[in-house]
Design a protein around this ligand. Structure first.
Ligand SMILES: [Zn+2]
Length: 87
């Protein structure tokens, strides 16, 4: 879990606290409690939000993406895609 609650999504969902059960939903973006841009969320499971990587198409935990704190948003590509594309 790399975000700060509450998380407000563009489809109207607001997470004031972490879901107790796993949830899944259509891919959506929004903002966390610090005004950080969160992107490509598709659900929640085992204490972390799930994100879809637009590069490899895999669904992974948000911690597998990380944050870009300098630009106040999360990373869109997952860590393994970013390390694979590094020259
Ligand atoms: Zn990826």
């Amino acid at each position: 879990m790399i975000y700060k609650l509450p998380i407000t999504l563009e489809d109207g969902q607001v997470f004031e606290s972490l879901p107790i059960t796993s949830v899944s939903f259509s891919k959506v973006s929004g903002y966390d409690g610090n005004g950080l841009r969160v992107t490509n969320l598709v659900g929640f499971s085992n204490g972390d939000f799930l994100k879809e990587c637009p590069n490899c198409g895999q669904i992974k935990y948000s911690r597998c993406f990380g944050l870009r704190k300098t630009v106040n948003r999360d990373q869109s590509n997952c860590i393994s895609c970013r390390s694979n594309s590094r020259v």
